[in-house]
Design a binder for this molecule. Sequence first.
Ligand SMILES: C[S@@+](CC[C@H](N)C(=O)[O-])C[C@H]1O[C@@H](n2cnc3c(N)ncnc32)[C@H](O)[C@@H]1O
Length: 237
Amino acid sequence: MARYYDQFNRFVPYKEESAFIKWAIDKYKKSSGRELLDVCCGTGSYLVYLREHFHVQGIDISKEMIGEAKKKLPGVKLGIGSMAAFRLPEKFDAILCRGAMDYNFSYKEVDRTIANFVRHLKPGGVLLFTFEDAKDNFLGGTNIRLATGSGYKIVEISTLREGKEVSYWTPIYFVQAKNKLEMIPDPQKQGLFEVAKVKRIMEKHRLKSVVYSGLSSKKLWSIKVRKHPTYVGVLKW
Ligand SMILES: C[S@@+](CC[C@H](N)C(=O)[O-])C[C@H]1O[C@@H](n2cnc3c(N)ncnc32)[C@H](O)[C@@H]1O
């Protein structure tokens, strides 16, 4: 679905969220540089804005996503790699991972991924990542979304339900393009974790952490508000 990723995500306020990301990095960062790495950068929609303030790089496991990102970000270093295992020679002042920590399916995997992020952070550098949901206040259900553009229409019907350390998101896409209708199921499993336990893993890796509610409000995360948790950690310096 990489071709249609930006169509479904056109409601994501990338510009506004990038402003929040910059604000959070500037608030917590103790290192002096401006090197930023977006892990699981997808088609590079945050980097388009963040490159105005940072010297940016991106990495993603999907060749297709990186292909789309390259079209938007000429001249930016973009590579292929997995969040838990990539190795780069540099260390960064900020690492971002939005909308993809959910691909860790156990606390053990979250631990391994955070350890890898920390391996690439400078002392005093900031790690910012999100989860789609928190186990603390998860709510499943059924949802429908429509995306239209020149020459295509897409309907996404999805259900979301809870499992152990995971949730199951099962979207089915009906794609109508060039007078052809296709049905594309794209079931996905997402990690689902307690906020306090994720914070404990961050502490173990010498990250002092704070959790915000969503990716644009400066309000701290609370169990009463069903916004995705945004973790901001600063590496001990
Ligand atoms: C929902 S998209 C988010 C993309 C981008 N961060 C954004 O917010 O627009 C999730 C991205 O994570 C990537 N991804 C999934 N598992 C990954 C892994 N283990 N390591 C690196 N990237 C991964 C996918 O290829 C996809 O581009």
